[in-house]
Design a protein around this ligand. Structure first.
Ligand code: AMP
Length: 302
């Protein structure tokens, strides 16, 4: 195993202008690990309730994901209910039920602790910290979060960032967290809190990478039909981290390539509700879309 992921495994209910899905499989760790599984050997640490069906675990196993770290405990699985309006970049949370996550103490199985790549998907930053306390010298720790934690536990999040190498966050959340409307100033402030690399996810406008020396701008794929943006951020992170774990190359060139692969994975994910599109991709699907991305941004020198 070269990647450890911890985050939520959830049941989501989602409404978009194009339809709705009720109590379908979701969660930050689920989207992340499914996406990363195309490139890396992933082990997941999470907690689910008695209402969680084994068929979902079987789907993750079919993708080669190690699920020994997903514990089933008495109680109900984490539930998130959200809505998107025509601006699909902005998720509106209607309900968050932490359920079994409110009592969760992550215990990282011994053989997961040596994983060189660690992804702290969106969960309580205190739990993200407990995970870091149990792993041994990873090469790269990346982390994601959301407004729920930025507003609820900003100090825990800032403390965590001191130990994070790569931080991924949505555009509006970056502005809110830094208290700056200029994205460039917000990025500078967030980088000053610890991470060497910051990636700002901008939904249908792509992503920006800041590392204090250079800025890289990646487009998003101009899709004709977007059904459900849920999980786009986690599938993005899965493609990026999966690629880095696969090559072991942390140069800027490699990170740029990983950002495009992350964008490729996110573009597939939004084509259907839940993990319906993400779970059944082929190598050729991924390669073909990567080439389309190259085409999309290719231009001659002056
Ligand atoms: P994103 O990639 O940002 O669209 O993340 C979507 C996933 O995040 C959904 O499948 C939700 O189950 C999960 N989620 C929503 N709110 C939270 C929260 N407060 N903590 C952990 N996971 C969450």
């Amino acid at each position: 195993m070269n990647m450890l992921a911890v985050g939520s495994v959830a049941f989501d209910s989602v409404e978009t202008p194009f339809g709705h899905a009720d109590s379908v499989l979701g969660g930050s760790a689920t989207y992340f690990s499914t996406s990363a599984s195309y490139f890396a050997d992933v082990g997941v640490v999470a907690v689910v309730g008695e209402d969680f069906s084994d068929e979902h675990i079987a789907m993750l196993n079919l993708r080669g994901i190690d699920t020994r770290g997903i514990k089933k405990v008495p109680g109900k699985t984490f539930r998130w209910k959200g809505r998107y309006d025509y601006d699909l970049n902005q998720a509106h949370t209607i309900e968050t039920h932490l359920n079994v996550f409110s009592e969760f103490k992550p215990v990282i199985p011994d053989d997961y602790r040596l994983a060189p790549f660690v992804f702290l998907a969106n969960i309580d930053p205190d739990l993200q910290m407990e995970v870091l306390d149990q792993v041994r010298k990873p090469r790269l720790v990346a982390c994601d979060t959301m407004n729920f934690w930025i507003e609820g536990k900003p100090d825990s999040l800032r403390k965590l960032l001191k130990r994070v190498g790569l931080f991924v966050i949505n555009e509006s959340e970056a502005r809110e967290f830094a208290g700056e409307s200029s994205l460039v100033k917000a990025a500078r402030r967030i980088l000053s809190w610890g991470p060497g690399i910051l990636i700002v996810k901008r939904g249908e406008y792509g992503a920006l990478m800041f590392n204090g020396k250079s800025v890289f701008s990646a487009p998003a794929y101009p899709l004709e039909n977007i059904f459900d943006p849920t999980g786009a951020g986690d599938s993005f992170a899965g493609g990026l981290m999966g690629y880095l774990a696969n090559t072991g190359d942390l140069s800027e060139g490699s990170i740029r390539k990983g950002i495009i692969l992350g964008s490729v994975m996110a573009s597939f994910n939004v084509e259907a509700f839940s993990l319906e599109r993400l779970k059944g991709l082929s190598r050729d699907d991924i390669k073909a879309r990567y080439r389309e991305f190259r085409q999309l941004t290719h231009f001659e020198d002056m």
